[in-house]
Design a protein around this ligand. Structure first.
Ligand code: SAH
Ligand code: SF4
Ligand code: F3S
Length: 468
């Protein structure tokens, strides 16, 4: 069958299943609770799952204990993420004991690894549904089978398939929203599990992305974050399709959208056209998350990152020159197999020279099935920990100094929320680049407020709304 027709037929089946679940549960008015681990891709997948559940008549519950259906969306990027998921899952046994009709479902990247999914199936007999990342859209069919037949459903697909369009999405109401522009990753960094559990890079059609963004603008969204594991490779898998820079310009044309962010970029795919869009398009935020992973060229080669330390520093410098006020944030892994003290010193040196605003730092965690997990010369845990602490101290000092430089400046802050603290009304939001600011004033969510930064506290900025 033609893949498009096949997909449409598949979706029709899903729509029918949604209607049948709704009819089955109508009187019970069931509630759902979703726990999400991992990155923004998972957060957005959970928004789609919530969208489907609400279309099936479920309403959200804040706590697992109040729910008739608990769904856990898992991550497996590092061992820590996996062990947290196992811990949480164990706790749901009590919920099931108290409420035997409770449905427990587990999905996400961790379940896309068949051996792990099998382990969950065997170790946690109260789990009713297990599915992977490639068949998320089939969740209503699985739920229907559980509700009708009280069977356990186990569906992990080996093949990624195309991008499925047209699923309902339940987003948190507010000024900002995520839009996925591509799925998967084909880079195969040697330490990383993501390409193995998310499939190859598949870009969405630009018209679908733009119409989703237009719909969001119409519903009051001001800031859109374009999501993908490697957004700057957008379009490379489409024949004669537009590239990422063209997509940015396209989104910028939409009235009502004031800010455009994106995550994540791979340094090897930063094009001149992207730098021009960041410099020339006012709506594109002056922030790029550009993971470097290591400052040692030898380690970068072993990681299959396809750039050297010098390439990265030159790129960061070129971008800062072209885009005034640009903030660069990054990810760094310490203790990759074979990393010597000298290699680590190269990382510290790169961090001192690249001018990062912030960095997310991780200890290398071997992931089964990846090439790096087979490398022999592992770095001892104690050494990894030491290096992480040393790197974190350097990064914290740099972030604090950069934040200090903001004191006295007036910034345009998109207000994301308001809360009360000690009887004071506090608004919070982000600058055009990427700093979170907490400030006093009368602004409402969705406003762009002029805020004067008055002081910093640990790693955050604080201020007050400027008189207009
Ligand atoms: N697609 C993104 C990152 C996805 S994972 C990118 O390439 O930029 C987020 C971060 O987790 C990575 O940037 C990396 O720093 C870290 N990471 C991935 N696999 C890891 C592993 N096995 N051990 C430790 N950190 C890892
Ligand atoms: Fe993983 Fe590398 Fe792909 Fe990022 S680019 S998701 S680190 S394989
Ligand atoms: Fe984790 Fe999957 Fe994201 S492994 S980091 S949730 S793509």
């Amino acid at each position: 069958m033609n893949p498009t027709i096949e997909k449409l037929a598949g979706l029709a089946e899903v729509t029918v299943a949604m209607r049948r679940v709704k009819a089955l549960t109508e009187k019970a008015r069931p509630r759902y609770h979703i726990e999400t681990f991992g990155c923004q891709m998972n957060v957005h997948d959970s928004e789609k799952l919530a969208g489907m559940l609400e279309q099936m008549g479920y309403t959200g519950a804040k706590r697992a204990g109040e729910a008739d259906l608990i769904l856990m969306n898992t991550c497996c990027v590092r061992e820590h993420a996996e062990s947290r998921a196992f811990g949480h899952l164990g706790a749901f046994a009590d919920n099931k004991r108290e409420n035997p009709s409770l449905v427990v479902a587990v999905c996400g990247c961790m379940m896309q690894q068949k051996d792990v999914a099998l382990r969950v199936k065997q170790r946690f007999p109260f789990v009713d549904i297990i599915f992977g990342t490639h068949n998320l859209h089939r969740f209503p069919l699985m739920l229907l089978r559980v509700l009708e037949n009280r069977v356990r459903v186990f569906e992990v697909h080996g093949e990624a398939g195309g991008v499925v369009e047209g699923l309902p999405v339940r987003r948190r109401k507010g000024a900002k929203a995520f839009v996925t522009i591509m799925q998967g990753c084909t880079n195969f960094c040697t330490y990383c599990i993501v390409p193995h559990v998310r499939g190859p890079e598949r870009s969405r059609d630009i018209d679908n992305i733009l119409s989703e963004a237009r719909g969001l603008a119409e519903s009051g969204v001001k800031e859109i974050t374009l999501l993908g594991q490697n957004v700057n490779a957008y379009g490379k898998d489409l024949m004669h399709g537009p590239g990422f820079a063209e997509l940015l310009w396209g989104v910028a044309e939409i009235d009502g959208i004031e800010r455009i962010r994106f995550m994540t970029c791979h340094p090897k795919d930063v094009s001149d056209a992207l730098i021009e869009a960041m410099a020339g398009c006012e709506k594109v935020c002056r922030h790029i998350h550009l993971p470097v992973q290591s400052g040692s060229t030898a380690i970068l080669r072993a990681m299959n990152r396809k750039y050297t330390k010098e390439d990265y520093l030159a790129l960061a410098g070129r971008m800062k020159d072209a885009v005034p006020g640009l903030e660069i944030t990054t990810d760094i892994i310490v203790g990759f197999p074979g990393e010597t003290r000298e290699d680590f010193d190269e990382t510290l040196d790169l961090v001192r020279r690249a001018g990062f605003s912030a960095a997310f730092t991780f200890m290398y965690s071997p992931r089964k099935g990846t090439p790096a997990a087979k490398l022999a010369d592992r770095v001892e845990k104690a050494v990894k920990k030491e290096r992480l602490l040393e790197l974190n101290a350097l990064v914290a000092g740099m972030t604090a100094r950069e934040n200090e430089a903001y004191v006295g400046r007036t910034e345009r802050v998109l207000v994301e929320g308001v809360r009360e603290s000690d009887g004071e009304r506090l608004c919070y939001g982000r600058t055009h680049a990427s700093k979170t600011v907490c400030f006093t004033g009368g602004a409402a969510p969705g406003d762009i407020a002029l805020v004067t930064v008055t002081h910093t506290r640990e790693l955050s900025l604080h201020g007050k709304q400027a008189e207009v």
